[in-house]
Design a protein around this ligand. Structure first.
Ligand code: FRU
Length: 330
């Protein structure tokens, strides 16, 4: 992480002094011909929660991509998993008159603050978890409905069409939670697979572990659970350890989503997860879109990122690409 020169160029932001004391502000020093010629661009970036590997990676990738443009000043903030704190970030960015906002929102409660920023004339790039309606400038994320459907297909095949499943869902007020679940359930329809326990683990490994302990307690007979679907890898991995504590991890398969190299993919290699579907964080695309918006150039309303399936069989070959349908019909 670059620290030198951090406070350079803050005169532009004097209106946001309070904001700056709580923020990590970076003046990116790397010279790049194209980036160094344009006017300076201040990007306010609000991360919903920095305390998870996937989001740590997103932050690192945002800083790296921003660092490639000498004209970017990045103000990065962590909402510590509190939606109200994140709403304040957006309002502070608006009063500081940043050029663009990038937000990876906790949930749909950020819809209003995002719309207000757009109405105040500040373009907003929404990353990963969607807001409601269309009052944002650009949404970037993988297609969670495709991922949910692919998980469902994989599960039906892996279980040979019959068995009992535990579903550990993401935070119910966030769009990826719904999108990773509904198509998954649809894929199980008409098969002999039953969801015997479901719970909201709020995207958090600790919560998932508790929920899995409850699932095991409710289904105490050996062989009464064949598979656990965690809507993210932290949940699927935590479920594995809960099952291991109960001496039952060999009875069931574990499937997750994210496929971070040092988390989900490593867990596939270690035989903890049988499958994980990649969920790219879109950091580079976000910086790219933010710069275009600051320059008044057009950007697509929605940028859909690809996904890959990783299993023990294909992990050494770099996984397998999942085709993204041209139009998802939503
Ligand atoms: C991190 C995370 C990821 C997940 C994404 C969904 O907070 O839970 O693990 O893929 O958010 O929005």
């Amino acid at each position: 992480m670059r620290r030198a020169g951090t406070w350079r160029g803050l005169g532009v932001l004097c209106a946001g002094q309070i904001l700056l004391s709580a923020a990590s502000v970076m003046a990116q020093g790397a010279a790049q011909p194209e980036g160094s010629t344009g006017r300076p661009v201040t990007i306010g970036y609000s991360q919903c929660n920095r305390g998870e590997p996937w989001r740590e990676q997103m932050d690192a990738d945002i800083r790296k991509a921003a660092g490639e443009h000498a004209r970017i000043r990045l103000i990065a903030k962590d909402a510590q998993n509190e939606a109200l704190r994140q709403a304040s970030h957006v309002r502070e960015f608006v009063s500081a008159k940043v050029d663009v906002i990038i937000i990876s929102p906790k949930d749909t409660s950020l819809t209003r603050p995002v719309a207000d920023a757009v109405r105040a004339g500040i373009p907003v790039v929404v990353l990963d978890r969607a807001v409601e309606g269309d009052e944002f400038s650009c949404f970037i994320g993988a297609d969670n409905r495709v991922i949910g459907a692919e998980v469902g297909k994989w599960v039906v095949k892996a279980l040979g069409g019959t068995g009992n499943v535990v579903e550990l869902k993401g935070l119910s007020s966030s769009v990826p939670a719904i999108d990773r679940s509904e198509p998954f359930r649809a894929a199980l329809e008409g098969t002999g697979i039953r969801v015997v326990y479901e719970a909201d683990m709020e995207w958090l490994g600790d919560k998932a572990r508790e929920k899995m302990q409850a699932a095991l307690a409710r289904n105490p007979k050996q062989g009464s659970i064949q598979l656990v679907y965690g809507a993210n890898d932290p949940a699927a991995i935590a479920a594995y350890y809960a099952a291991k504590d109960a001496g039952r991890e060999r009875e069931m398969l574990f499937v997750g989503v994210d496929a971070l190299p040092h988390e989900g993919i490593e867990a596939v290699r270690a035989g903890i997860l049988q499958a994980t579907f990649e969920y790219p964080n879109g950091a580079r695309e976000a910086i790219d879109a933010a710069l275009k918006l600051a320059d008044g150039k057009p950007v697509p309303k929605k940028i859909v990122l690809g996904t890959r399936l990783f299993t023990r069989e294909n992990v050494d070959a770099g996984g397998e690409a999942i085709p993204i349908p041209a139009a998802d019909g939503r």
